[in-house]
Design a protein. Structure first.
Length: 239
Protein backbone atom coordinates (compact mmCIF):
# COMPACT_ATOMS: atom_id res chain seq x y z
CA UNK A 1 0.00 0.00 0.00
CA UNK A 2 1.32 3.41 -0.92
CA UNK A 3 1.67 6.00 1.82
CA UNK A 4 2.38 9.72 1.87
CA UNK A 5 3.50 12.21 4.44
CA UNK A 6 0.82 14.09 6.43
CA UNK A 7 1.76 17.33 4.63
CA UNK A 8 0.46 15.88 1.37
CA UNK A 9 -2.94 15.16 2.87
CA UNK A 10 -5.23 17.94 1.72
CA UNK A 11 -6.31 19.24 -1.67
CA UNK A 12 -9.79 18.45 -3.01
CA UNK A 13 -11.77 15.52 -1.62
CA UNK A 14 -15.14 14.74 -3.20
CA UNK A 15 -17.41 12.29 -1.35
CA UNK A 16 -20.37 10.77 -3.18
CA UNK A 17 -22.64 8.55 -1.10
CA UNK A 18 -25.98 6.90 -1.69
CA UNK A 19 -27.88 3.61 -1.83
CA UNK A 20 -27.34 0.78 -4.30
CA UNK A 21 -27.76 1.59 -8.00
CA UNK A 22 -28.27 5.31 -7.39
CA UNK A 23 -25.52 6.09 -9.90
CA UNK A 24 -22.63 6.66 -7.47
CA UNK A 25 -19.86 4.88 -9.33
CA UNK A 26 -20.84 6.08 -12.80
CA UNK A 27 -21.15 9.65 -11.57
CA UNK A 28 -17.98 9.61 -9.50
CA UNK A 29 -15.90 8.14 -12.33
CA UNK A 30 -17.18 10.70 -14.83
CA UNK A 31 -16.77 13.62 -12.43
CA UNK A 32 -13.17 12.63 -11.72
CA UNK A 33 -12.41 12.60 -15.44
CA UNK A 34 -14.26 15.85 -16.09
CA UNK A 35 -12.53 17.91 -13.37
CA UNK A 36 -9.13 16.21 -13.51
CA UNK A 37 -9.16 14.21 -10.28
CA UNK A 38 -8.41 10.58 -9.52
CA UNK A 39 -11.22 8.13 -8.74
CA UNK A 40 -11.36 5.60 -5.90
CA UNK A 41 -14.12 2.98 -6.11
CA UNK A 42 -14.43 1.92 -2.47
CA UNK A 43 -17.13 -0.61 -3.33
CA UNK A 44 -14.63 -2.55 -5.44
CA UNK A 45 -12.42 -2.86 -2.37
CA UNK A 46 -15.24 -4.41 -0.35
CA UNK A 47 -15.99 -6.72 -3.25
CA UNK A 48 -12.35 -7.82 -3.28
CA UNK A 49 -12.60 -8.78 0.39
CA UNK A 50 -15.86 -10.61 -0.35
CA UNK A 51 -14.06 -12.50 -3.11
CA UNK A 52 -11.40 -13.52 -0.61
CA UNK A 53 -14.09 -14.93 1.69
CA UNK A 54 -15.63 -16.85 -1.20
CA UNK A 55 -12.32 -18.27 -2.36
CA UNK A 56 -11.54 -19.41 1.17
CA UNK A 57 -14.97 -20.97 1.53
CA UNK A 58 -15.60 -18.93 4.67
CA UNK A 59 -18.90 -17.43 5.74
CA UNK A 60 -18.90 -13.69 6.62
CA UNK A 61 -18.63 -14.36 10.32
CA UNK A 62 -16.99 -11.88 12.76
CA UNK A 63 -14.96 -14.70 14.30
CA UNK A 64 -13.41 -15.49 10.91
CA UNK A 65 -12.96 -11.92 9.70
CA UNK A 66 -9.70 -11.21 11.52
CA UNK A 67 -8.08 -14.36 10.16
CA UNK A 68 -9.09 -13.57 6.59
CA UNK A 69 -8.05 -9.92 6.85
CA UNK A 70 -4.65 -10.74 8.31
CA UNK A 71 -3.83 -12.82 5.24
CA UNK A 72 -4.97 -10.54 2.43
CA UNK A 73 -3.82 -7.35 0.76
CA UNK A 74 -6.16 -5.15 -1.27
CA UNK A 75 -4.80 -2.33 -3.39
CA UNK A 76 -5.82 -0.21 -6.36
CA UNK A 77 -4.15 1.54 -9.25
CA UNK A 78 -5.09 3.18 -12.55
CA UNK A 79 -4.33 2.07 -16.09
CA UNK A 80 -3.15 4.34 -18.89
CA UNK A 81 -6.73 5.43 -19.60
CA UNK A 82 -7.36 6.37 -15.99
CA UNK A 83 -9.59 3.37 -15.25
CA UNK A 84 -9.21 2.00 -11.73
CA UNK A 85 -7.97 -1.55 -11.25
CA UNK A 86 -8.29 -3.45 -7.97
CA UNK A 87 -5.90 -6.18 -6.89
CA UNK A 88 -6.21 -8.92 -4.31
CA UNK A 89 -2.86 -10.20 -3.06
CA UNK A 90 -1.25 -8.85 -6.22
CA UNK A 91 -3.80 -10.39 -8.60
CA UNK A 92 -5.93 -8.11 -10.78
CA UNK A 93 -9.53 -8.99 -9.87
CA UNK A 94 -11.23 -5.93 -11.37
CA UNK A 95 -13.58 -8.01 -13.52
CA UNK A 96 -14.02 -10.91 -11.12
CA UNK A 97 -15.33 -8.74 -8.28
CA UNK A 98 -18.35 -7.80 -10.43
CA UNK A 99 -19.67 -11.38 -10.48
CA UNK A 100 -23.20 -11.77 -9.01
CA UNK A 101 -22.07 -14.09 -6.23
CA UNK A 102 -19.43 -11.57 -5.14
CA UNK A 103 -22.02 -8.78 -5.18
CA UNK A 104 -24.30 -10.79 -2.90
CA UNK A 105 -21.52 -11.64 -0.49
CA UNK A 106 -20.14 -8.07 -0.43
CA UNK A 107 -23.25 -6.78 1.35
CA UNK A 108 -22.71 -9.25 4.20
CA UNK A 109 -18.94 -8.83 4.37
CA UNK A 110 -19.13 -5.03 4.41
CA UNK A 111 -21.27 -5.17 7.56
CA UNK A 112 -18.46 -6.79 9.56
CA UNK A 113 -16.80 -4.21 11.86
CA UNK A 114 -13.31 -5.65 11.31
CA UNK A 115 -13.68 -5.37 7.54
CA UNK A 116 -14.95 -1.79 7.67
CA UNK A 117 -12.19 -0.71 10.08
CA UNK A 118 -9.46 -2.15 7.87
CA UNK A 119 -10.83 -0.79 4.61
CA UNK A 120 -11.57 2.67 5.97
CA UNK A 121 -7.92 2.89 6.98
CA UNK A 122 -6.82 1.64 3.56
CA UNK A 123 -9.15 4.02 1.75
CA UNK A 124 -7.71 6.99 3.63
CA UNK A 125 -4.16 5.93 2.79
CA UNK A 126 -4.92 5.35 -0.89
CA UNK A 127 -6.84 8.62 -1.19
CA UNK A 128 -3.96 10.52 0.41
CA UNK A 129 -1.57 8.99 -2.11
CA UNK A 130 -3.91 9.89 -4.95
CA UNK A 131 -4.05 13.47 -3.71
CA UNK A 132 -0.25 13.66 -3.74
CA UNK A 133 -0.20 12.37 -7.32
CA UNK A 134 -3.15 14.19 -8.86
CA UNK A 135 -4.27 17.04 -6.63
CA UNK A 136 -7.51 15.48 -5.53
CA UNK A 137 -9.71 12.41 -5.36
CA UNK A 138 -13.34 11.44 -5.88
CA UNK A 139 -14.65 8.60 -3.73
CA UNK A 140 -18.04 6.92 -3.75
CA UNK A 141 -19.65 4.59 -1.26
CA UNK A 142 -22.13 4.59 1.58
CA UNK A 143 -20.14 6.20 4.40
CA UNK A 144 -17.55 8.36 2.65
CA UNK A 145 -18.89 11.72 3.83
CA UNK A 146 -19.84 10.47 7.30
CA UNK A 147 -16.99 8.13 8.31
CA UNK A 148 -14.16 7.81 5.80
CA UNK A 149 -13.78 11.53 5.03
CA UNK A 150 -16.14 13.57 7.24
CA UNK A 151 -13.95 16.57 6.36
CA UNK A 152 -14.46 16.14 2.59
CA UNK A 153 -14.57 19.40 0.66
CA UNK A 154 -17.55 18.46 -1.51
CA UNK A 155 -20.22 16.05 -0.27
CA UNK A 156 -23.04 14.70 -2.41
CA UNK A 157 -25.74 12.23 -1.38
CA UNK A 158 -27.47 10.59 -4.33
CA UNK A 159 -31.04 9.35 -4.01
CA UNK A 160 -33.42 7.77 -6.50
CA UNK A 161 -36.70 5.89 -6.52
CA UNK A 162 -36.19 2.19 -5.75
CA UNK A 163 -38.02 1.03 -8.88
CA UNK A 164 -35.91 3.32 -11.05
CA UNK A 165 -32.77 1.95 -9.45
CA UNK A 166 -33.99 -1.60 -10.04
CA UNK A 167 -34.60 -0.90 -13.73
CA UNK A 168 -31.12 0.61 -14.04
CA UNK A 169 -29.54 -2.38 -12.34
CA UNK A 170 -31.43 -4.85 -14.51
CA UNK A 171 -30.41 -2.96 -17.66
CA UNK A 172 -26.77 -3.13 -16.55
CA UNK A 173 -27.03 -6.90 -16.05
CA UNK A 174 -28.68 -7.36 -19.44
CA UNK A 175 -26.00 -5.34 -21.18
CA UNK A 176 -23.18 -7.15 -19.42
CA UNK A 177 -24.48 -10.72 -19.32
CA UNK A 178 -27.19 -10.86 -21.97
CA UNK A 179 -29.67 -11.93 -19.29
CA UNK A 180 -31.03 -10.68 -15.99
CA UNK A 181 -33.47 -11.71 -13.25
CA UNK A 182 -37.07 -10.44 -13.41
CA UNK A 183 -37.53 -6.81 -12.40
CA UNK A 184 -39.43 -7.83 -9.27
CA UNK A 185 -36.48 -9.89 -8.07
CA UNK A 186 -34.00 -7.09 -8.73
CA UNK A 187 -36.28 -4.64 -6.91
CA UNK A 188 -36.53 -6.94 -3.91
CA UNK A 189 -32.73 -7.23 -3.79
CA UNK A 190 -32.42 -3.43 -3.94
CA UNK A 191 -34.86 -2.99 -1.07
CA UNK A 192 -33.15 -5.68 0.99
CA UNK A 193 -29.76 -4.04 0.44
CA UNK A 194 -31.16 -0.65 1.42
CA UNK A 195 -32.53 -2.08 4.67
CA UNK A 196 -29.23 -3.79 5.48
CA UNK A 197 -27.17 -0.69 4.73
CA UNK A 198 -29.35 1.61 6.82
CA UNK A 199 -29.73 -0.77 9.77
CA UNK A 200 -26.16 -1.97 10.20
CA UNK A 201 -24.60 -1.03 13.50
CA UNK A 202 -21.32 0.27 12.11
CA UNK A 203 -21.22 3.05 9.49
CA UNK A 204 -24.87 2.86 8.42
CA UNK A 205 -25.99 4.52 5.21
CA UNK A 206 -27.10 8.06 5.98
CA UNK A 207 -26.73 11.53 4.53
CA UNK A 208 -24.07 13.70 6.15
CA UNK A 209 -25.50 16.89 7.61
CA UNK A 210 -23.42 19.04 5.26
CA UNK A 211 -23.99 16.91 2.16
CA UNK A 212 -26.05 18.14 -0.78
CA UNK A 213 -28.84 15.74 -1.76
CA UNK A 214 -29.13 15.00 -5.47
CA UNK A 215 -32.21 13.10 -6.67
CA UNK A 216 -31.21 11.20 -9.81
CA UNK A 217 -34.64 9.64 -10.45
CA UNK A 218 -35.34 11.86 -13.47
CA UNK A 219 -31.83 13.13 -14.21
CA UNK A 220 -29.56 11.88 -16.94
CA UNK A 221 -26.03 10.81 -16.12
CA UNK A 222 -24.76 13.93 -17.90
CA UNK A 223 -26.95 16.16 -15.73
CA UNK A 224 -25.87 14.63 -12.46
CA UNK A 225 -22.21 14.64 -13.46
CA UNK A 226 -22.40 18.32 -14.35
CA UNK A 227 -24.18 19.07 -11.05
CA UNK A 228 -21.33 17.54 -9.04
CA UNK A 229 -18.62 18.96 -11.30
CA UNK A 230 -20.02 22.45 -10.80
CA UNK A 231 -19.85 22.00 -7.02
CA UNK A 232 -16.16 21.09 -7.41
CA UNK A 233 -15.50 24.14 -9.60
CA UNK A 234 -17.22 26.36 -7.06
CA UNK A 235 -15.08 24.95 -4.26
CA UNK A 236 -11.89 25.43 -6.25
CA UNK A 237 -12.80 29.00 -7.13
CA UNK A 238 -13.37 29.84 -3.47
CA UNK A 239 -10.31 28.00 -2.13
Amino acid sequence: MRTVTPQAYRTVIVAIDGPASSGKSTTARAVAQKVGLLYLDTGAMYRAVALAFLRAGIEPDPAEAERVLDALHVDVDHDADGAMRVTLDGEDVTEEVRAPEVTRRASEVSALPAVREKLVEEQRRIAAAFEAEGGGVVLDGRDIGTVVFPEADVKIFLVADAEVRARRRRAELLEKNGEAPPLEEVLENIRRRDAQDRAREMSPLRQAEDAVALDTTERSIEEQVEFVAQRVRTYRAAA
